[in-house]
Ligand binder design. Sequence first.
Ligand SMILES: C[S@@+](CC[C@H](N)C(=O)[O-])C[C@H]1O[C@@H](n2cnc3c(N)ncnc32)[C@H](O)[C@@H]1O
Length: 289
Amino acid sequence: MTTPTAFASVSALVRRETSMIYDEGKEYLVEARLAPLAAAKGLRLEEYVARLAFDAVERQKVIDALTINETSFFRDHTPYQAFTDAMLPPLLDARAHTRRLRIWSAACSSGQEAYSIAMLLDQHLPAGWDYEIVATDISTQMLERVRNGRFSQVEVNRGLPATSLVRYFTREGREWEISERLRSHITVRHLNLAAPYVGLGTFDVIWLRNVLIYFDAETKADIMRRMLPMLALDGFLLLGSSETTLDMPADLATAWRRETIGRVQAHRRAGAPTGGTLPTSTPLARTGA
Ligand SMILES: C[S@@+](CC[C@H](N)C(=O)[O-])C[C@H]1O[C@@H](n2cnc3c(N)ncnc32)[C@H](O)[C@@H]1O
């Protein structure tokens, strides 16, 4: 059993290094995930936790073990539909001179999001266009999985159309490996969303899905503030279906504008163009957010 002191110490470590909140009540989870790491070192849990103060390698293992990496190909479906139907057409017009798109899968987990986007771009970009998808996460284990581009039968059974499996994957033993053609467009980088974003450039679409839920309100606001210069003025930012900016401070309410695309709420910079194929647009400030 974790002692309250050991739990508090792990909770503080995770908060300091990832900004994720591990409140009281999650002791069982910490214990279940750290017990194998402690056992591998031949230590009791409390001894292992004490060791973390001076062992950076084990600290990264703890971060990897405590991140929630739930994901799937084409997760929630509707954002991908909105991406191809409503975001790509104006971006293709606006980028006709460079014929290049840059997408950020921020908090990419094992890469299903980044590879789903790559499949769509492979199918929808006109000939002669190029694209880069930057896939970032705080978990080094997950980033290794993105680089490997290998997925289990269970993973490809969840959300991936059979035609895409045939088109983009080859069977390697018990796993499915994504084609080099798609993999060559993915840049993998270790990045803590709660720390400065350096040398990433700007993006046409940012997928920031299902990660803000793990942070407190202040960290969420800070991340949304720092996302502004990362997004092209006419770009789109997507959050997870259960995530909202309704509780954001006033400066963000004017800096971001929510735009409804079918059943999806995209976020756009306040100065972004409106109209085109995008049905409705609501300034955050006017909704009282
Ligand atoms: C639930 S997954 C979401 C994956 C994908 N975006 C999706 O919607 O399917 C959350 C991811 O956020 C990552 N994460 C948690 N804290 C982070 C931080 N501070 N910086 C970057 N990534 C973080 C976790 O490692 C995990 O892979």
